[in-house]
Design a protein around this ligand. Structure first.
Ligand SMILES: C[S@@+](CC[C@H](N)C(=O)[O-])C[C@H]1O[C@@H](n2cnc3c(N)ncnc32)[C@H](O)[C@@H]1O
Length: 218
């Protein structure tokens, strides 16, 4: 059962600002075709959290053809773009969860993830919104339980406030993860991954250098 814990609530928009009408019936029919249901023991999974317009899910699906990407996003306008790209490129290894990542976490009861990606999670920079931030030590420990041995979590952010918050979260669960790139945190994401998401481009255009955290399960 899903809990109503404050931190598990979803904040932010599910629809874009554009006045363009969306055929929601058709949307949910397409979502149903690609819907993530539950973990199959024979499949290796990647969890992609807060995918926005789905660039990361498409990237991961192409990079890891032998794995299935669970793409988690509640933003309908973004999911529509993702679904279009899945169909246009005939991508077979993406399952979509149109909603909160906590729903997915609650239905996984064993170590079945090979990788977790969290690209530019909402920073909620105001102090009074800090409780809305996704990445906390409790959240990382939840992921630890369902990650396979020696598998990684990749987190990108360009928010200095969130960087401090993430550092604190990593410190608070230091027995659980090894921070692989601790000595070179300010490197360019492109040194690792050839991908540009909407929020990556926003950061670069505003001359903010995104940081990448790579955490390996101990
Ligand atoms: C700042 S955007 C980043 C989008 C994309 N990853 C990128 O790099 O362009 C953060 C996204 O995370 C989604 N999000 C926030 N909390 C979430 C949650 N608990 N479960 C699923 N998605 C979530 C939001 O809807 C939003 O689209």
């Amino acid at each position: 059962m899903l809990s109503n814990n404050y931190t598990n609530r979803l904040f932010g928009r599910t629809r874009g600002r554009s006045k363009k009408k969306i055929d929601l019936k058709k949307y949910y029919q397409t979502v149903a075709k690609y819907k993530f249901q539950n973990c199959d023991e024979k499949i290796n999974y990647i969890l992609d959290i807060g995918t926005g317009y789905g660039e990361t899910s498409i990237f991961l699906a192409n990079q890891f053809l032998d794995k299935v990407v669970i793409s988690c996003e509640k933003y309908i306008d973004g999911n529509i773009i993702l679904l279009k790209n899945i169909e246009k490129n005939k991508i077979k290894n993406i399952r979509l969860h149109n909603g909160n990542v906590y729903d997915v976490l609650e239905c996984i009861h064993r170590e079945c993830l090979d990788l977790v990606w969290i690209f530019f999670p909402d920073p909620w920079p105001k102090n009074r919104h800090a409780k809305r931030r996704l990445i906390t030590s409790d959240f990382l420990i939840k992921l630890h339980k369902i990650l396979k041995e020696s598998c990684d979590i990749c987190i990108a952010t360009d928010s200095t406030i969130y960087i401090r918050f993430i550092l604190n979260s990593i410190y608070n669960c230091k027995g659980y993860f090894q921070w692989l790139n601790q000595s070179e945190m300010n490197l360019n994401i492109k040194d690792y991954f050839d991908i540009e998401t909407k929020y990556y481009k926003k950061a670069i255009n505003s001359k903010r250098n995104p940081s990448l955290f790579i955490l390996r399960k101990l």
